[in-house]
Design a protein around this ligand. Structure first.
Ligand code: ATP
Length: 513
């Protein structure tokens, strides 16, 4: 299956098994807006718990808040979003499709990079153990030709970005012969800036309604509460404030399922520090966050850092944690050294002093900030795309299994009487279910053959299936089947809880951090 096909299959699987539905589906949906179903909400909540507990429980100096989506409109002037939260937009006149000009150029550069990597892989195959990659990259004529092309376009792109030169974006697209994937033509409009914030009005018109924005990030809710939390929590620097919540962006391109949504959720943490210490803390948070990701067990090779060359106006260092999605390595999380830009500007725009008195040095200053910002939905997609597997079994049948890391799986165990019309079996199965449900999210399933029931649980990623059979009534044991190995083991009912707990308890994941 190609990665493209895998992605389509995954989207269909998400709907079929109650993970994700298109929003307003009976009205033909709403572009780039999705609802989470009965399975999806469990997985999403588990992802959020893993992040929230890693931040607020494991770090004594990080506390959480929950601020509102609606905020004073001046906040978005102070943060720079009114003036600069724009994407460069371009339309193809033939297909009438809209694209982000920067993304078109980045994809073009990505393709050149791919070509270079393919050349290198060919060389590796040819020369075997004697292969010297550095020398190959420095001398192979095909690599050098592609690299020269890459550098030329890349330099023009960075210069255009820094100068905010929209005409140059278009010229690069034309010079590189980038075509619309739908119409296949170069018939492009000029590039325009497009502000991504949604606005609405608050208060009845007669009272003089105010234009307010749906927040495009949760971070500003943290900044404007900095003083409240610092004072009431008697927090000393360095300390962090974490928040999980909805954010809204009127994204230009909305064709990548939950990777890019117009309403999505973020998990953000702002870490307040003494000016001058930011690069050390930036490094520390890069390490911490990568550890959090890799600890889930989805393969360290599927993550990489992408350091930003062009820094946002407020940042003095920035990196993305990229994940290998079915459509390539893409941003999953951003880590930014935001200096004192946000607090400094809120101080200026609000006229309120936002400073920290440092008892050690006796000085007062506006703290610097390191931000970690991850999209819940992108994390969800990372987990699902990494977990989805179609396996051919010895019998020749295929099974679809979601090997979701057990501590965040939506359902932890399914309890099944071998047959459904036997009161003794169903009673025992129900009593096991009633006992386990306080510790784990369990499903009771008595419909269809055991084989079918196993497949259903595999398809939603349930780590354990527990079958109650006639012997169970005598020996007080049940058959426990493991999702990943499909091995079955006979276990005393009294030991079930500790067996399941060992594998699915989120605390075990947290302990490894
Ligand atoms: P991109 O370059 O992909 O548009 P960004 O750099 O604008 O992302 P940030 O502003 O750094 O993203 O937001 C932090 C995180 O929020 C991202 O790493 C991503 O996980 C998530 N995120 C941002 N925009 C969206 C969106 N439209 N849909 C889903 N998640 C998003």
């Amino acid at each position: 299956m190609t990665q493209d096909e895998l992605f389509k299959v995954l989207v269909a699987h998400c709907k079929e098994y109650g993970f994700i539905f298109p929003s307003s589906e009976i009205y033909d949906g709403l572009a780039a807006v999705y609802d989470y179903g009965q399975m999806g909400v469990e997985l999403k909540n588990n992802i959020k718990s893993y992040w929230w507990n890693a931040m607020t429980r494991l770090n004594e100096n990080i506390v959480g808040i929950d601020s509102c989506i609606f905020m004073h409109p001046k906040i978005w002037e102070a943060s720079g979003h009114v003036a600069a939260f724009n994407d460069p937009l371009i339309d193809n006149k033939d297909s009438k499709k809209r694209y982000r000009a920067d993304v078109l150029i980045e994809e073009y550069l990505g393709k050149i990079e791919e070509k270079i990597n393919k050349e290198v892989a060919k060389g590796k195959k040819k020369f075997g153990e004697n292969f010297d990659e550095e020398q190959f990259r420095a001398t192979n004529p095909n690599v050098l030709r592609e690299l020269a092309k890459y550098n030329e376009v890349h330099n023009r792109y960075v210069a255009a970005e820094n100068a905010n030169d929209l005409a140059e974006y278009k010229q690069i697209i034309l010079d590189c012969g980038i075509v619309c994937p739908i119409s296949g033509t170069c018939n492009w409009t000029d590039v325009r800036q497009f502000n991504l914030m949604f606005s609405t009005s608050m208060g009845a018109a007669s009272e003089g309604a105010n234009t307010i924005y749906l927040r495009p990030e949760t971070a500003q809710g943290i900044f404007v509460n900095y003083l409240n939390v610092q004072k009431t929590g008697r927090m000393k620097l360095p300390f962090g404030i974490a928040q999980i919540g909805k954010a809204f962006r009127n994204e230009i391109v909305a064709r990548q399922f939950i990777f890019r949504m117009r309403e999505f959720e973020q998990m953000e943490m702002q870490f307040f520090i003494k000016p001058g210490t930011e690069l050390d803390w930036f490094k520390q948070w890069k390490e911490n966050r990568m550890k959090w990701h890799v600890n889930l067990g989805m393969g360290a090779e599927n993550y990489r850092f992408h350091d930003h060359e062009k820094l946002a106006h407020y940042a003095n260092a920035a990196t993305d944690v990229e994940f290998r999605f079915p459509f390539g390595f893409k941003e999953l999380e951003g880590i930014h050294s935001r200096t004192n830009f946000d607090l400094g500007n809120h101080q200026k725009y609000s006229g309120k002093k936002i400073q920290y008195f440092d008892p050690e040095s006796g000085e007062s200053y506006v703290p610097y900030v390191i931000e970690t910002s991850i999209g819940v939905d992108r994390m969800f997609l990372a987990v699902l795309s990494n977990s989805y597997k179609e396996e051919v079994l010895e019998s020749g049948e295929t099974r679809v299994v979601l090997s979701i890391p057990a501590p965040i799986a939506p359902v932890k165990a399914a309890v099944m009487p071998l047959v459904k019309n036997n009161e003794e079996l169903t009673n025992l199965a129900q009593s096991i279910m009633n006992d386990l449900k306080y510790d784990f999210n369990c499903q009771y399933d008595e419909k269809d053959s055991i084989g079918k029931r196993y497949r259903r649980q595999d398809a939603i990623g349930t780590p354990y299936c527990i079958t109650v059979d006639h012997e169970s009534l005598e020996d007080h044991c049940v058959t426990v089947r493991d999702r990943d190995t499909m091995q079955q083991e006979r276990i005393p009912i009294a030991e079930l809880r500790s067996l399941i707990d060992k594998k699915v308890n989120l605390n075990n994941l947290l302990r490894n951090l």
